[in-house]
Design a protein around this ligand. Sequence first.
Ligand code: FAD
Length: 457
Amino acid sequence: MLDNQVKNELIQIIGKDRYLDRPEELACYAYDAFLVESEPEAVIFPETTKEVSDILKTASKFKIPVTGRGAGTSVCGAPVPIKHGIVLCFSKMDKIIEVNTRDRYIIVQPGVVNADVQKALAPFKFFYPPDPASMSTSTIGGNIAQNAGGPRCLKYGVTIDYVLGMEVVLASGDIIRFGSKNVKDVTGYKLSSLFCGSEGTLGIITEAILKVLPMPETVKTLMVTFDDLDNTAKAVTDIIGSGIIPVAMELMDNLTLNAIEDVANLGLDRNAAGSLIIEIDGVKEACEKEMKQIIDKVRKNGAIHVQEATSDLEREKLWTARRSAYGVFAKLAPDIISEDVTVPVSKVPLMIRKIIEITDKYGLKVGVLAHAGDGNMHPMIPADRANKEEWKKVETAFSEIFQAAAELDGTLSGEHGIGLAKSAYLPLVMNKNTIEFMKKIKQAIDPDSILNPGKFV
Ligand SMILES: Cc1cc2nc3c(=O)[nH]c(=O)nc-3n(C[C@H](O)[C@H](O)[C@H](O)COP(=O)(O)OP(=O)(O)OC[C@H]3O[C@@H](n4cnc5c(N)ncnc54)[C@H](O)[C@@H]3O)c2cc1C
């Protein structure tokens, strides 16, 4: 619990109703979708930027840690208040401030859910490309802080590519605004790059101007199955290597297909060793030509079944299957650990072989799920944390998977971020000077380290 003086000051800013500190309330804000839990001392629900600023002034004065929280769907422990203090939850800052498709932007508060941005744009036939599989719950504040990606980021890019401007409250309580409503703006440092992916360690996002795009004329979606996982991966590198950039290329292995089918009964092929959901979009004639080229490539790589979705319903069914892939693993074991290593796309087949070799060595099950077209792998290991021997093997296997990715010129995270999960592995992909440089940035902006302390910097 926070000291009474601090508590009273905070209640003066936001009132009693938006201040929680009973043990059963604090327990709800102690975790995300990763494995570490740590309770805050208070949870606060700001409604305005001014309130956020006043809260940070108080937190700064008393040197209390402050951790921002959207929907808590992070899979790397990023919103877990490991040093306790205050959790700032943005569920009451959830307004869409302006939709302007003529000038191609939308302005939102941080607590707006990604899917609600899509819903607000749909009547204008526009969309916001970043589409994390968690889009029905995860928030724009969380998406920006994690620089979230998603299936269609293969063609369209990730969150950073769509942030035109932001309002951010610094640890001192100072409010800064940068960027603008213009799709071109090179005025000063590109500060959105600094805050995007900073996991709430540099500032609290209170508003964002996001670039939006017109919906494509045609979308085509294909489900392809293979009787060999290696061939599935080779088809991916073959398609990308030939210069075709689909919207999405999602790879799922046999364990993942069966885990989905057990729960959702969508009619997926339980015998396939691997499958790809491939989506393309654009003008009709170009899509038809591209689809033929893709079908030709997958067949050359040994596809056994190729099926194009013939209606929006069929298409949605495939995406429901893909989006549920993480959740359905919960049925296989008490815990799931899902990682996010990313390699250059030509190395996808090799990285998948490495993942299987490493997990086999330790007798662990693994589900291979990947945004394969951009080399972003999500190996998922179902296991039981209470079984210490098994858990040790899981940790060792993941450290070898990180090592293998680094050796293949890959990186630790394509979209999930570092949080608590991967900070120990940063030296695999960054030299000492680079890590020191990030620490200096943090020290300059947040000298008392009150913003999400204990995370990667
Ligand atoms: C089933 C499932 C599927 C997923 N699929 C994807 C996927 O396809 N792609 C992907 O990239 N990720 C995915 N994720 C991970 C997760 O959804 C994303 O990282 C998402 O961006 C987190 O958003 P959130 O609102 O839940 O944020 P939280 O988890 O609450 O917070 C994430 C980080 O953002 C910070 N933060 C939150 N709000 C603010 C703010 N206003 N100002 C400053 N910092 C803030 C927090 O402190 C924390 O560091 C998935 C997770 C799940 C559970």
